[in-house]
Design a binder for this molecule. Sequence first.
Ligand SMILES: C[S@@+](CC[C@H](N)C(=O)[O-])C[C@H]1O[C@@H](n2cnc3c(N)ncnc32)[C@H](O)[C@@H]1O
Length: 298
Amino acid sequence: MPWIQLQIPADPDTADQLEDLLMEMGADAVSMEDAADQPLYEPDPGTTPLWSQTTVTGLFQSDRNTEQLLADIRDAWHQQTQQSLPEIDVTLVEDKDWERAWMDDFHPLQFGKRLWIVPSWHEAPDPDAANLLLDPGLAFGTGTHPTTALCLEWLDGQDVAGKQVTDYGCGSGILGLAALLLGADHVIGVDTDPQALEASRDNARRNGVEDNRLDLYLPGKDPDTRADIMLANILAQPLIGLAPRLAELTRPGGDLVLSGILFNQAREVMDAYEPWFTMDEPEQKEDWIRLTGRRKDG
Ligand SMILES: C[S@@+](CC[C@H](N)C(=O)[O-])C[C@H]1O[C@@H](n2cnc3c(N)ncnc32)[C@H](O)[C@@H]1O
């Protein structure tokens, strides 16, 4: 299936904000190319501000209405910044082109003390660490995004030995598989995207994880198993809607870890979860925050 690729020249000071906006607009992947790698972008004479060579790229499913998507992005950007976006370059790209492009930027990354995420085509820098070999394909989750990093850092700091974990919105399987490598007993992964379930299974096998330690489901088909640890890196609005279901799937005393939430959305998400969970103070990385909490009795 081809993808709609949008490339937007960006001001380096607000490029992160533009990346976040594309995620909120439903991009399946977002990346930023640095100024040094590109020819100078020349704005039309007289236009302000003077955009630099930084480019933000977003990848959207090809069944989206491109004109509507562009209009929505422009409106939302104008509302947030009171500025107009420059010309947006639109191309249709094939899966393989996109995979090759971001693979070049994906290197081994360490999270906390014990955990490394290692692209499947790289050597592990520390063979004695918990090394998760990963090939996300088109599923979200390489560890390079702050929302994933916030969850991996939390996991590295926990004693997960013997625990039952749910990874809701599993993408590449990165969070659930990291939990298994750190000693969790069993993981349930759930995702709306069948390609994510496939990528998670492939990554489990790549890491020698036995099939019976990871069960994967589309939402609505997942069992009512209650988790010791509930991980969900999605986005604020779906997380708010999922609060009753995630509460039902977490055992009393169990941990909740939510990510994919922008700083100014934290209060609304906390309010949605507080009927069932005692929530901690948010933890921030760049524009994103992680919420944690413990399931109350009941
Ligand atoms: C931001 S990615 C996170 C992937 C991975 N867990 C990580 O931390 O990098 C969110 C994932 O949630 C899935 N998703 C979106 N809405 C969902 C929903 N309502 N229920 C389950 N999965 C959902 C998407 O398909 C995507 O794979």
